[in-house]
Design a protein around this ligand. Structure first.
Ligand code: HEC
Length: 137
């Protein structure tokens, strides 16, 4: 094999290796809450919490979430079917609870939502989450 060909093969392998490494690092750095949010919430509330027109309320940039953050664990577990006035729009559709998510997943998603979408960015310990979840058992 010519040196030139060897160099070319090495270069390709190098690039592939680099791509694989950055992809792995990316997954490792992402918080578990971020991944769970993507799988369980983003299809309705949007990747960036923007909501969906008059059907699904936004999570990003709302006063509602800032004042009602403590309700989030129960909203995830049992859902919510209130009339909600958020950013000048009335939302009346029902959200069903995602009761297949365990307490740890609820905590991860709650903390992700708090950090990403609220001004206070309150951190919830696992004990706080358990206490909040007791209210909707
Ligand atoms: C099938 C669509 C759907 C999915 C999936 C969904 N939601 Fe909702 N969510 C809604 C709807 C519709 C409402 C409005 C309910 C109402 O008006 O009472 C809502 C309301 C909310 C609210 C209160 C209003 C607001 O915008 O702040 C929060 C918080 C919330 N969802 C968080 C979540 C989280 C976190 C997840 C993922 C674990 C999730 N939702 C998954 C449809 C969904």
């Amino acid at each position: 094999m010519s040196t030139r060909r060897k160099t070319a093969i090495l270069a390709v392998l190098g690039i592939l290796g680099f791509c694989l490494l950055t992809k792995t690092l990316n997954t490792l750095v992402k918080s578990p809450g971020s991944t769970s949010y993507t799988y369980n919430c983003a299809k309705c509330h949007g990747k960036n919490g923007e909501g969906l027109g008059a059907l699904i309320p936004p999570l990003a940039d709302t006063d509602w979430l800032d004042t009602n953050m403590d309700q989030v664990p129960c909203i995830i577990r049992v859902g919510i079917s209130d009339s909600l006035h958020i950013n000048q729009v009335w939302y009346k559709e029902e959200m069903l609870g995602l009761d297949y998510l365990n307490d740890i997943q609820v905590a991860n998603i709650t903390n992700y939502v708090s950090k990403r979408f609220t001004a206070k960015q309150k951190y919830y310990s696992q004990m706080e989450i358990e206490a909040l979840l007791k209210k909707c058992e």
